[in-house]
Write a protein that binds this ligand. Sequence first.
Ligand SMILES: [Zn+2]
Length: 247
Amino acid sequence: MDWLRSIGGELKLDRLVNFVGNSLWQSNCPLCKRPSEQVLCKDCDRQITAYQFPQFLQKDSPISTEIPLYSWVTYDGAVKRAIATCKYENHPEIMEVIAEKMAIRWRQEPIANLKNIPVVPIPLHPNKLKSRGFNQAEVLARRFCDLTSLPCHPKLLQRIKDTKPQMQTKTKGERQHNLSKAFAVSRIPRSSQKLDSDKVILLDDIYTTGTTIREAIAALASQNIKVKGVIVIARPQFENRSPNLNS
Ligand SMILES: [Zn+2]
């Protein structure tokens, strides 16, 4: 729908575009397949929102004490299904819905030191992008930035190694090797993509072991770009985490 909105925005035909769009896309909820007027039906919407952390900012600083991690929900149940359905059943619109919810939470956070810092989504390798058709992190970042007025730089990082999914790796060593030197910073950014900052916020769909994020941080650091924060939709609820997190 983004492409339709962008054309509509240029022609100042937003209302018409929304009307046509809603008529054409009024279909079934991609998660439960029941008819729905919104992208997600109310039930599925409510189920996902129920996994929200009490605070977007994670208290345990899993990346480092200098780089805060923001996770909107716990990676479980309906959230897992929603992210998998988006990625593997071709429903990028689910990311837009999630981005809208995350933007609301973001605006409630004390994030004074992260204002105006460009957001960089974790990229897919071109082979993966071709087979999936979209990068879910980029869809998420674009909508999130639209709503939070943060600059969006989806082309700054590139994935130069066609890695297997981290979920399929078994050991820490295998995960690190799999993602070692997986990213590069784009050396010739298009003029419209020019980065006016030496600081960025990374954005991804899921934070698990943190290996992906650490590799991206290292690639950016090699070009003297500092990561000031990481935003994800979800992270798993680990047993060794503070029991107060969800209370
Ligand atoms: Zn549903």
